[in-house]
Ligand binder design. Structure first.
Ligand SMILES: Nc1ncnc2c1ncn2[C@@H]1O[C@H](COP(=O)(O)OP(=O)(O)OP(=O)(O)O)[C@@H](O)[C@H]1O
Ligand SMILES: [Mg+2]
Length: 330
């Protein structure tokens, strides 16, 4: 758990980078700090591991006040991923990943086992990649290494500053999925900086939306999209809030609420999607598709129906927009 209690950060007399910020990241949850450039996201993050001092207020990490912990102890408890992945070019991948365990004096055997476990999580061969240097990996692979390096000493808390920011959209999407998969297994308490609305909606249990160092809203992605607290929040998420919230719904939700179309066995070679696929991806898949329908498969790989653009639009209008306007009237 990370609790910010009325935290303020001043630079000199004039600049208030963070203003009276108060929120908690519950254990095992991901909170995304979102907002325009200069709103204080990085400053907030760096106060947690004491790379920046706190001007007023306090930060409590797993029931301990950050100011009572020494820097080394703090580093052991907190994994930190920076935007440029921060790998050391002259160290091998294994040396990079095992940096903190090394500092903590783990045995050779412990380090080896941990390294193999971590590489398995990201689907890279430990033997092959362990001996390589960072420049011998693709950008996406380097980013993955940056993430597992932060996980290396199994810290309960992770700070991630735009960890996937430098990647192209397709690889970023894949790494986000992969990271969420890992998070389901490791259940870290994570503070994650992003300036990307889609990434925030996808990754966050809750979003902190900041402006000029102040919290505009602290809520779940779906609450923030459907019940923006003020003009700034609704402007920030933009006119297509409804379409963005499609990513919080799955084909299965659509099946439950309005039902899928029938399977036409005579049509061959249609594309298929899994029932757990989110509706935003489904919609873009349908729009890039020449066929106007795709077949939905369940986890047993059985065809259980079809989905069309029409059905997604129907869902969008009645389930999402309907609820948004009902909540604005009420
Ligand atoms: N060392 C510093 N001295 C003075 N002002 C600073 C310092 N570091 C940051 N600031 C100011 O504090 C504010 C918040 O900066 P911060 O880096 O936290 O923003 P950010 O939300 O991470 O932005 P970005 O999305 O561009 O990374 C900015 O106005 C910045 O200019
Ligand atoms: Mg920043």
């Amino acid at each position: 758990m990370i609790s910010f209690k009325n935290v303020t950060k001043r630079y000199g007399e004039e600049i208030v980078a963070v203003n009276d910020v108060d929120f908690t990241v519950e254990e095992g949850k991901i909170v995304v700090l979102l907002g325009p450039s200069g709103c204080g996201k990085t400053t907030l993050l760096r106060m947690v591991n004491r790379l920046e001092s706190i001007s007023e207020g306090e930060i409590i990490i797993n029931n301990e006040n950050s100011k009572d912990l020494d820097a080394i102890e703090l580093r052991r408890k907190i994994g930190y991923v920076i935007q440029s992945n921060g790998l050391f070019p002259n160290m091998t991948i294994e040396e990079n990943v095992m940096l903190v365990p090394d500092l903590l004096g783990w045995s050779k055997k412990e380090k080896r086992e941990r390294f193999e476990y971590l590489m398995k999580l990201i689907g890279l061969d430990a033997k092959d990649y362990g001996k390589r240097f960072p420049h011998e990996l693709s950008g996406g692979q380097q980013q993955r290494i940056g993430v597992v390096r932060a996980l290396a000493a199994d810290p309960p808390v992770m700070l991630m500053d735009e960890p996937f920011g430098a990647l192209d959209p397709i690889i970023r999407d894949k790494i986000q999925e992969e990271f969420l998969q890992i998070q389901r297994e490791v259940k870290k308490t994570i503070l994650f900086v992003s300036h990307d609305i889609d990434e925030a909606i996808k990754m966050a249990d809750k979003i902190v939306l900041l402006r000029n160092g102040e919290i505009m809203q602290f809520d779940t992605p779906s609450k923030m999209l459907s019940h923006p607290k003020n003009e700034f929040v609704s402007q920030f998420f933009g006119k297509d809030r409804a379409i963005k919230s499609l990513s919080l719904h799955t084909v299965e939700d659509l099946q439950t609420i309005i039902g899928l179309g029938p399977v036409d066995e005579s049509i061959q070679d249609t594309k298929t999607i899994n029932i757990h696929q989110d509706l935003r991806n489904t919609l873009s898949m349908l729009m890039n598709q020449e066929a106007d329908q795709v077949v939905v498969k369940n986890d047993q790989d059985e065809n259980i129906g079809t989905i069309t653009i029409d059905l997604v639009q129907k869902y969008l209008h009645f389930e999402i927009k309907g609820k948004m306007s009902a909540s604005q009237e009420g």
